[in-house]
Design a protein. Structure first.
Length: 162
């Protein structure tokens, strides 16, 4: 069984002179993403691996999660905007020893992947929110939605821990 945590990146700059891929988290986005990362850990999410879109805003968010959890992080271009649930499954299959994976990526791919993996319909992801899925067999429709964690819940878990 693998626990997959789908996570949306924190709030980013509206634009960047070097283009969309270079958009970084705002100061408030960094603070809230850091609290979300701490909140995941406080709620018992202990990833073996954090996978992320290489876009700057996701990479920054994933670094915060990996740092809070004390685990490695890998960029994967397949988690960039346009990601499908099949892409996500392919990435997961490359890490068979990981029992808990956080995948930090973008909308609307997160919503579609959650729906395709669990059949739960469309759940929105605020920044930086998360959803926890248990997957016994990595294939479409085989996941079970365990929790939807909006940013306010993650922040509350982080602050209750301190």
């Amino acid at each position: 069984m693998t626990t997959l945590v789908l996570m949306r990146h924190g709030v980013a700059e509206d634009d960047h002179p070097d283009g969309d891929a270079a958009r970084r988290l705002t100061p408030e986005g960094l603070e809230r993403a850091g609290l979300a990362a701490q909140g995941l850990v406080a709620l018992g999410v202990r990833p073996d691996l954090v996978l992320t879109s290489p876009l700057a805003r996701c990479h920054q968010t994933a670094e915060l999660v990996a740092g809070a959890a004390g685990c490695p992080m890998n960029d994967d271009l397949r988690l960039a905007p346009g990601m499908s649930a099949s892409d996500l499954i392919d990435v997961m299959l490359e890490h068979p020893d990981a029992t808990t994976i956080v995948a930090c990526t973008h909308q609307p791919g997160l919503t579609y992947a959650l729906s395709d993996l669990t059949g739960c319909g469309h759940v929105g992801f605020k920044r930086p929110g998360a959803a926890v899925i248990d997957i016994e067999v990595p294939r479409l429709g085989a996941g079970r939605l365990v929790a939807v964690l909006p940013p306010r819940i993650l922040r509350a878990a982080a602050t209750a821990r301190t």
